[in-house]
Design a protein around this ligand. Structure first.
Ligand code: SF4
Length: 132
């Protein structure tokens, strides 16, 4: 159950990040994106704030048809989105405490106990590449 919930959160966050990346520097109005992804404004805002905290996107307040909303634009453009798709660090609750030489680190990733850690993600990618 915890694993499924974490996976859903990672998938939705990746999906939103991918959709924002696809818009390029022009970005997208958040209300349009919520519609496209079938999200409530509460869930959509929560995910967008998470992406902003990770410094992956920028949220800019804009006036559209007399109403205030946000335009979401990517800050970083990966060379190939598939290289970061599903990476658990995007939604990780420990991301702020995770450091190479810290108690929480990529080599001691707490999400591994749910099978959703960084090493699991790397291994999944490796298995997918070997199948090709
Ligand atoms: S390595 Fe593990 S603990 Fe660190 S940010 Fe990534 S998912 Fe979180």
């Amino acid at each position: 159950m915890v694993e499924e919930k974490a996976k859903g959160k990672i998938d939705l966050t990746s999906e939103m990040y991918k959709a924002i990346l696809e818009r390029g520097e022009e970005g997208v109005l958040q209300s349009d994106l919520w519609k496209e992804l079938g999200l409530t404004s509460r869930d959509g805002s929560r995910i967008a704030l998470r992406l902003e905290r990770r410094k992956l996107i920028k949220r800019e307040r804009v006036l559209k048809n007399g109403r205030w909303t946000y335009r979401l634009t990517p800050i970083r453009f990966p060379v190939d989105f598939s290289s970061i798709e599903g990476v658990p660090c995007i939604t990780c609750p420990y991301e702020n405490q995770c450091m190479p030489d810290g108690i929480i680190s990529p080599t001691n990733c707490p999400l591994e106990r749910y099978g959703r850690g960084l090493a699991d993600w790397v291994l999944e990618g490796y298995k997918k590449r070997r199948k090709r």
